[in-house]
Design a protein around this ligand. Structure first.
Ligand code: PRP
Ligand code: URA
Length: 209
């Protein structure tokens, strides 16, 4: 599983612990999701390609590197992935945004796609798929299937908390895709929720429960 990157950083661990707490309210939860996404994005983007441009410092002309934000697409899996978008955009403000709508059937836990709109020239972009939770892995596997179907070739995924079951399923289905994870939890419960997890990420971000 050399494409699975478990990010080991005290700031990320600290913020994930606060995210898990039942006592963390909606506005703090949103802020934490955004901050963690930014910290994880920093790690996931460390091999970003740069191009050299000519600039002028107060001292002299020089050639220096900049990143090409036009070549990046951030794709949140709705709804909870939306909470991570601004964190990534704080790093790459010129990135384009796609959306993939997916909800899990409460009984079968099978994901159902309901929306997909990706930016143009997807095959030329680095596509960063974001979703806070990787439980069975079904939603992320289907989202990456769809992005590949539409031409995506260079895809990375960022999930804040993952279950071991979801990690192995994802890696089996998409062994070529890098997956960045902030914490690997113990297991899934009978409702396919991550234990200890943080509950329902979408509901906690949007205050719907
Ligand atoms: C959650 C989460 C993931 C999915 C993970 O979304 O944000 O997309 O479940 O579960 P899986 O790995 O077993 O597929 P949910 O379906 O609850 O939709 P929501 O974000 O709209 O609440
Ligand atoms: N989706 C969530 O929001 N939380 C889980 O624990 C599993 C799936």
């Amino acid at each position: 599983m050399d494409k699975i990157h478990i990010i080991d950083h005290p700031l990320i661990k600290h913020k994930i612990t606060k995210l898990r707490m039942e006592s963390t309210g909606t506005s703090e939860f949103r802020k934490l999701v955004e901050e963690i996404a930014m910290l994880m994005g920093y790690e996931a983007l460390k091999d970003l390609k740069t191009k050299d441009i000519e600039i002028k410092t107060p001292i002299e002309d020089t050639i220096q590197p900049v990143i090409d934000g036009k070549k990046i697409a951030v794709v949140p899996i709705l709804r909870a992935g939306l909470g991570m978008v601004n964190g990534i955009l704080s790093l790459v403000p010129n990135a384009k945004i796609g959306h993939i709508g997916m909800y899990r059937d409460e009984e079968t836990h099978v994901p159902h796609p309901y929306y997909c709109k990706l930016p143009p020239f997807i095959s030329e972009r680095l596509v960063l798929v974001v979703d806070p939770m990787l439980a069975t892995g079904g939603s992320l596997v289907d989202a990456v299937d769809e992005i590949k179907k539409q031409g995506g070739k260079n895809i990375k995924c960022i999930c804040i908390i993952a279950a071991p079951e979801g990690l192995s399923f994802f890696n089996k289905k998409h062994p070529d895709v890098d997956l960045y994870v902030g914490a690997v939890d113990r297991c899934l419960n009978n409702n396919a929720y991550i234990c200890p997890g943080l509950g329902d990420a979408g509901d906690r971000i949007f205050g719907t429960k």
